[in-house]
Design a protein. Structure first.
Length: 216
């Protein structure tokens, strides 16, 4: 199998608002509607554009990010979209589509390298502005997931646990060879060495317990 990443510049409803703005979209198409993960410091104007052009059925906001379900699929509003070309050359689109910096990034899978070349040639002949960011042979495509962020995975640490753990990392406690000791950290935060070690063990246990299931 072969995978290529095409970056396509256009002025679509999802692409144009991301140009010269700190915002980006990841899109999972469901034919009748789209699932969007929107992030960045300037997502307000982007969401307004989506609401006007496509419609928003539901949305969940958090600081600098949102999950959106649209009222209709973007393909219903565009004359030319890449999926119709994929069928011609027996290629597959690997979700999600990414919109950033005024461009749409598509990961495309094909059984033969020539299929990707022929697809590119056809798109260019139809006046698509394309930059090939990557093309390589693969054994397994990399999975992408929209809704899981570090905030969802990381456990809640106490203020003192965060402080002690941060100092331990900054001072090289976890380096090889070790650059500091729990005694030195204890002197910095003005508590006993045993208290520092207890905070570290509790913080480490919380982090490892939360993260270990995502290692597989």
């Amino acid at each position: 199998m072969y995978e290529a990443t095409f970056s396509i510049a256009d002025s679509g409803s999802y692409t144009k608002p991301t140009k010269d703005a700190d915002c980006r979209i990841e899109l999972w198409c469901n034919d009748h509607s789209d699932l969007l993960y929107v992030s960045g410091t300037e997502i307000g104007p982007l969401l307004s554009q989506i609401r006007t052009d496509i419609g928003i059925e539901a949305e969940i906001h958090r600081d600098r990010e949102a999950v959106v379900i649209t009222e209709s699929c973007l393909k219903q509003h565009e004359v030319a979209y890449i999926e119709q070309y994929l069928r011609m050359f027996n290629c597959l689109l690997l979700p999600p589509l990414r919109y950033e910096n005024g461009e749409k990034q598509c990961r495309i899978l094909a059984l033969e390298s020539k299929s990707l070349t022929d697809l590119y040639t056809e798109l260019v002949s139809d006046d698509f502005s394309i930059d090939v960011r990557a093309k390589h042979k693969i054994s397994m495509p990399v999975q992408s997931t929209p809704l899981l962020t570090l905030d969802d995975v990381l456990p809640e640490l106490t203020e003192r646990q965060r402080e002690v753990l941060t100092l331990a990392v900054e001072y090289g406690y976890y380096d090889l060879p070790r650059e500091t000791t729990t005694k030195a950290i204890a002197e910095e935060v003005e508590v006993s060495r045993r208290t520092v070690e207890d905070h570290l063990r509790r913080a480490e246990r919380k982090l490892l317990t939360s993260l270990v299931s995502y290692l597989y």
